[in-house]
Write a protein that binds this ligand. Structure first.
Ligand SMILES: Cc1cc2nc3c(=O)[nH]c(=O)nc-3n(C[C@H](O)[C@H](O)[C@H](O)COP(=O)(O)OP(=O)(O)OC[C@H]3O[C@@H](n4cnc5c(N)ncnc54)[C@H](O)[C@@H]3O)c2cc1C
Length: 470
């Protein structure tokens, strides 16, 4: 409900430097990164500190004004985009970007929620430590957004998701009260872990204003192998061998199919085919450690040698220099962009029990052949985490709007199969507005009921990011 008394009160409380109401200035805040969603808002609020966030939320709750928290706007589910209600307030954390401390004895970093992830990673590196959360959007996304979405990225196989790096956080609840959980304790078994409720809540329970993170030793020594595999089953066996031989040094285990490589070779610049022959699929494995590059390389070479002997891969190339490491990673990292260049497609960021991946892929391939044999699957992802990007491109010659006209039916097939294996319809990217309908269709009713109860408890007026998640 828009009320003529709200804006003057907000301006009075925070001032015109914090509150923007000019329609032209607001416009860039109303759409998402991919340009899929667009909404409306009466103001954009850019607080400079936690107290200003608290004053904003208290007024919004009092006047029942919907609030949409906004980080770096790199989310892929429309979570930071307001809906079409003109009453919305977009609350951006971009000005709250101070690193409060980096402690190399406790190995912690305390930072405000609006800090860009890449800046935090660089600050940790400069202090001879590592913040291992790493994703392609790291120079745009904010740590607050990373926690609100419980981001993943390329190092999850070793360090876990964003939530596993968090020691404490500070947040403002919808009534303006501050949750003072910014502790750096490693051990704190005093009841429910409330910070974990806010992590992954996509701005629906409150606004994260600061975080305390774990730092780890820098693992600058890296060795990478690109191996060709016959099938996902072979990739699984290779993963098991590498895990048992290399243990915690296993930093990434990525997978992509032959058609993904072909797409990259067609669309990306400065890339070369890694092998003389084409193969059904590839895995990219990275080991990393604090010291001893030579030891790391020989460990990887010996393990891959055994894998070749045991028939667990078809061919393999071990990196001999940093530029080769980067060239191998480029083949994996360019897939999304190459698929975008290829045209509209359906994205499915799914997760499965890792041992189910081969049978999932087999069954889906059979199902797609029945549906339309010309659909082009491009399957890649963080295999070691059981996370696949099961992306489907339109059949050659199909109309440009194929993804729109056929999307719902095809996506239902993919997600039904995911659920048959006890998987998840969203591995990393969250729900936002994009997957809300599927979330409600597939989530266990008890879990859904508990989530609704938590939402009602923390946000009884329902002002936090309405229309997202729940
Ligand atoms: C090229 C590219 C690659 C990507 N790769 C990955 C990847 O590998 N792994 C991965 O997990 N994701 C990936 N993403 C998705 C995206 O980067 C992550 O979801 C990221 O964590 C979003 O952070 P953000 O600051 O941009 O949040 P936003 O997009 O601004 O917001 C996302 C959600 O969080 C809420 N929110 C934001 N800040 C706060 C806050 N301070 N308090 C409360 N709620 C808040 C918003 O309301 C919204 O619901 C990728 C995106 C792109 C564009």
């Amino acid at each position: 409900m828009q009320d003529s008394g709200f804006l003057p009160r907000l301006l009075e409380a925070l001032g015109p430097d914090v509150v923007t109401t000019d329609a032209q200035a607001i416009a860039p805040w109303l759409s998402d990164w991919r340009g899929i969603y667009r909404g409306d808002a009466q103001a954009v609020v850019r607080p400079r500190n936690t107290d200003e966030v608290a004053r904003c939320l208290a007024l919004c709750q009092q006047w029942r004004v919907p609030v949409v928290p906004r980080g770096g706007n790199t989310g892929l589910c429309g979570g930071a985009t307001p809906d079409d209600r003109p009453a919305n307030v977009v609350l951006s954390l971009d000005r709250m970007n101070a690193i409060r401390s980096v402690d190399t004895i406790a190995n912690t970093m305390v930072a405000e929620a609006g800090c860009i992830l890449g800046n935090l990673r660089r600050a940790a590196h400069d202090a001879d430590r590592q913040l291992p959360l790493s994703l392609a959007a790291e120079d745009s996304c904010q740590i607050g957004g990373n926690l609100a979405t419980n981001a993943g990225g390329v190092n999850v196989v070793r360090y876990g998701m964003a939530r596993e790096l968090v020691l404490g956080l500070e947040a403002v609840l919808p009534d303006g009260e501050v949750f003072h959980g910014l502790r750096t304790l490693r051990k704190d078994n005093t009841g429910y872990d409330l910070k974990q409720l806010l992590i992954g809540s996509e701005g629906t329970l409150g606004v994260i204003t600061a975080v305390a993170l774990r730092l780890l030793p820098r693992t600058d020594q890296r060795a990478v192998v690109l191996a060709a595999v016959e099938s996902p089953q072979q990739a699984l066996q290779l993963f098991s061998l590498l895990y048992s031989r290399c243990g915690a040094r296993l930093q990434a285990f990525e997978f992509f199919t032959g058609p993904c490589l072909d797409l990259v070779l067609t669309h990306a610049e400065g890339v070369q085919a890694p092998f003389a022959d084409r193969h059904p699929a590839y895995v990219l494995v990275e080991l990393a450690d604090t010291t001893d590059e030579a030891g790391l390389n020989s460990l990887l070479e010996a393990t891959i040698g055994d894998a070749l002997e045991q028939g667990l891969c078809l061919d393999a190339a071990v990196s001999a220099s940093l530029s080769q490491v980067e060239a191998m990673w480029k083949l994996r990292e360019e897939i999304s962009e190459a698929q975008r260049a290829d045209g509209p497609h359906l994205k499915h960021d799914i997760s499965l029990p890792i041992e189910s991946i081969p049978v999932f892929m087999e069954r889906m391939a059979a199902r797609l052949r029945q549906l339309d044999a010309a659909i082009r699957p491009f399957v890649f992802g963080h295999f070691g985490d059981g996370n696949l990007h099961y992306n489907l491109s339109r059949p050659a010659g199909a109309p440009q709007d194929w993804a729109t006209t056929h999307g719902e039916a095809v996506t239902a097939e993919v997600l039904d199969e995911v659920m048959r294996h006890g998987g998840s319809i969203s591995a990393e990217h969250g729900i936002g507005q994009l997957k809300r309908e599927y979330f409600h269709r597939y989530k266990d009713p008890l879990e859904l009921r508990l989530m609704v109860g938590i939402k009602r408890l923390l946000d009884p007026a329902g002002i936090m990011n309405p229309g997202k998640l729940l």
